[in-house]
Ligand binder design. Sequence first.
Ligand code: SAH
Length: 396
Amino acid sequence: MMKTVQLKRRASDRAKKGYPLLVAGDFDRAPSLKDGELFRVVGSDQQMIGTAYYGLQNKGSGWIISKREETALDVGFFEQLFGRAEAHRGALRHDEQTTAYRLFNGEGDHFGGITIDRYDGYVLIQWYSEGVYTFREQIYDAIDRVWAPLGIYEKVRFDKDGKYIEKDDFVRGTRGEFPMIVLENGIRYATNLNDGAMTGIFLDQRNVRQALCETYAAGKTVLNTFSYTGAFSVAAKMGGATKTTSVDLAKRSEPLTIEQFSVNGIDFEQEEIRVMDVFNYFNYADRHQLTWDVVVLDPPSFARSKKRTFSTSKDYPMLIERAAKVTAPNGLIIASTNNASFGMNQFKEMIEDGMKQARRRYEIVEQHTLPDDFRVLPKFKEFDYLKVCFIRCMDN
Ligand code: SAH
């Protein structure tokens, strides 16, 4: 028998409008539910709202996954769900120049707690709670039926007790060969689906890489900060940048960036790759009065290094100010953040603060949020975490 859980007044209003995420404070009485248990959600007025599953994750306790009563989530349920998601990605499926993108974006595709990405002939699942992980066998089978990949890999992202840390991420099918080369708008990126938390490319920045490559890079020098595998540097170089400088403090960023250039036939020895703290690099650039035509800023939401902690919500104005100082006259700053705790307007205020401190006039000439394959519920913008502004410095 499925349990019935009543929501408090505000949570109930929200859920009736289609908001799918449930948090601990929403429940009228703390329910005793197991991971992956399905339950009937009713409003403060006892009216049926839908079916949810229980799963503790980062900021929630479960997701409403249907307006109907669902007593079991079988392969057929997921097959239908994935089939509908597939119908929204027709353009990408037929684009032979792009072989890596998001196939299924959790709540944006009406089932929170899981994402599925395509990497060439393979599929990568990311699981965000122990609860959703209980449906894994049905989900693997449904993936095979809908997308028929050569193989399935997965990342477990709820790892509380360390149980899954050293896990082999291969699930079934045939094993891929790594580095696996994927295409994005014709540019090659080396990826690895079985080497830690990240794959070598952040698929949500596709449109930003494309804009940089096609519109802003030709004939320009580019400084790429928080560069990871140097994907922005590669896009810039392929767009005709004269020289790129990539800065990241992780030691492995250097070989990975060299690989990323090399698979595109770019001579990495002509490019600069620095393994160091971005803020120390800004100091160095200030001392030597170095400037670049384009400066890319893509910090993690929160980072702790030996000497300092950086949090985007607090420190982004300072980052903008530092970047503005090394941006050439009439140059461009591409500022990105994936911090979901603030929206585009607040981000623009941070940019305003930083540019004021640096005493540079500017204009935002282009902005981006998540691309279409990272589907979001149109009514609930808070799931659209990505914010990117192209800031033109106005110096005459
Ligand atoms: N821009 C990259 C993704 C960046 S991920 C891309 O498009 O692929 C964030 C990166 O910031 C990580 O590689 C991490 O090593 C790096 N990082 C975090 N703090 C840093 C700091 N203070 N200085 C330099 N790099 C830093």
